[in-house]
Design a protein around this ligand. Structure first.
Ligand SMILES: *[C@@H]1O[C@H](CO)[C@@H](O)[C@H](O)[C@H]1NC(C)=O
Ligand SMILES: *[C@@H]1O[C@H](CO)[C@@H](O)[C@H](O)[C@H]1NC(C)=O
Ligand SMILES: *[C@@H]1O[C@H](CO)[C@@H](O)[C@H](O)[C@H]1NC(C)=O
Ligand SMILES: *[C@@H]1O[C@H](CO)[C@@H](O)[C@H](O)[C@H]1NC(C)=O
Ligand SMILES: *[C@@H]1O[C@H](CO)[C@@H](O)[C@H](O)[C@H]1NC(C)=O
Ligand SMILES: *[C@@H]1O[C@H](CO)[C@@H](O)[C@H](O)[C@H]1NC(C)=O
Ligand SMILES: *[C@@H]1O[C@H](CO)[C@@H](O)[C@H](O)[C@H]1NC(C)=O
Length: 361
């Protein structure tokens, strides 16, 4: 009788285990096979893992032949994104330790003293002595002191953004970084701007002191975004940068003009040189992506594409707003691009190379 009882218990257990197994399988099916995308993911997964590995260790080269990996890159960009928070924190710590954008991205009253000697980024002998008048116009402190910037969008000027419909997605970021007073556009590149660079060569307004209107008109498009200038990169940058600060400080006090810390840019250059990026000077785009990796919770990169055709082999202009070409001797854009691709593959940032879907957040 005891034996019969045990047998019944055993049978009950078997039924329970089988039932649970069925539940697990059912749950799995429901969660992966119920949509067509789910089915696609399951079949894509092995290929995606392979591609992720390949692009994580892709060799940085002075010139890369895009046509050799367009198809693979296109496939990889359709793979589900894999975030790696360990990698992300590691990058943040490395960058903060070496360069500290948090406390030294640009000059403030806190990190710069009156009469302090400011070195030039690209010179070992030239310096600038900070006078009381300019010091008085520096911002008190960083707007982010003590907090992260959340989801950041770094928007390059690549022609790949034309017809991308990425405007809404970019505008939904918490913090948006742009470059060289690039035009903004609600459909393709978005309108929100928190930080935008000005190249001193763009300040070509006559009689700026007496007639600031054209400059004011040019910058007020970006609302209250901070305008950041490399005042102490080269000596020829300083005059126009100081003039811009003086003029805008009095007529547009809500829109701060700030100067990159040459010390920050120097250490950042050294950081990437030490990691094999051999170029005369990093592009401003690459610099501010590095800044974002330190300051933001996550970084979305748009419009960084230094090639003449897109992933579907359609021709794309170099910039989305003009036909200019870069100085080939200065930056090595394809080499920087490979770095970005590595960071994307490792889950440290998200590179956007294809048009945005219309149902973007
Ligand atoms: C690209 O492909 C061609 C032909 O397959 C090959 O000769 C060349 O070395 C490749 N280039 C790179 C950079 O891989
Ligand atoms: C995440 O990044 C860390 C640090 O680079 C690495 O050790 C780890 O293997 C990565 N995890 C995955 C799932 O790739
Ligand atoms: C970065 O700079 C801030 C302000 O100067 C300072 O408080 C902080 O300790 C620095 N962080 C590192 C890692 O050096
Ligand atoms: C800066 O230097 C000037 C001239 O050398 C001196 O008169 C002034 O007191 C100094 N200011 C500060 C805050 O050190
Ligand atoms: C963008 O779309 C317009 C109109 O549909 C088309 O004429 C133009 O060639 C497109 N530009 C790019 C770079 O795709
Ligand atoms: C904004 O985007 C639309 C659609 O792509 C385009 O027709 C227009 O020329 C763009 N404007 C600017 C200023 O780039
Ligand atoms: C810009 O700053 C001004 C003055 O501080 C303020 O009134 C305005 O609301 C700000 N605009 C935006 C878009 O934040």
């Amino acid at each position: 009788m005891a034996l019969g009882f045990l047998r019944r218990i055993f049978r009950l257990l078997v039924v329970l285990i089988v039932f649970q197994g069925v539940c697990v399988v059912f749950y799995y099916i429901c969660n992966t096979h119920s949509t067509r995308d789910g089915v696609k993911d399951v079949f894509q997964q092995p290929h995606c893992t392979e591609l992720r590995q390949k692009f994580t260790i892709i060799k940085p080269a002075k010139s890369i032949q895009l046509q050799n990996f367009t198809q693979e890159l296109s496939d990889f960009m359709s793979c589900p994104y894999k975030l790696n928070s360990t990698e992300r924190e590691l990058n943040r710590m490395r960058l903060q330790f070496c360069c500290n954008a948090t406390g030294s991205l640009f000059l403030t009253k806190q990190n710069t003293a009156i009469n302090q000697t400011i070195p030039y980024e690209t010179s070992t002998v030239k310096t600038y002595k900070m006078n009381a008048g300019i010091h008085n116009m520096l911002p008190e402190d960083f707007p982010w002191s003590g907090r992260r910037l959340g989801r950041c969008a770094v928007v390059g000027s690549g022609g790949i953004l034309k017809n991308s419909s990425c405007g809404r997605e970019i505008d939904s970021a918490d913090y948006v970084i742009r470059f060289n007073l690039a035009s903004i556009n609600d459909s393709d590149v978005g309108l929100k701007t928190d930080l935008i660079t000005i190249n001193p060569s763009q300040i070509r307004f006559k009689n700026l002191d007496k007639n600031p209107e054209p400059l004011v008109e040019r910058v007020s498009v970006y609302g209250n975004a901070s305008l950041i200038m490399p005042a102490f990169a080269y000596t020829f940058c300083t005059g126009q940068s100081l003039k811009t600060l003086r003029v805008l400080h009095s007529v547009r006090p809500q829109q701060p003009v700030v100067f990159f810390s040459s010390e920050y840019l120097r250490t950042l250059n050294r950081f990437w040189k030490g990691r094999g990026l051999k170029e005369v000077r990093l592009s401003t785009g690459f610099m501010l992506i590095s800044t974002a990796l330190e300051l933001c919770d996550n970084v979305h990169v748009y419009g960084f594409w230094p090639f003449g055709t897109d992933l579907q082999n359609n021709p794309v202009p170099y910039h989305y707003y003009d036909q200019l070409r870069p100085h080939p001797y200065m930056h090595s854009m394809p080499e920087e691009f490979v770095r970005l691709l590595q960071l994307h593959s490792k889950g440290a940032l998200t590179l956007h190379l294809q048009p945005c879907s219309s149902d973007a957040r």
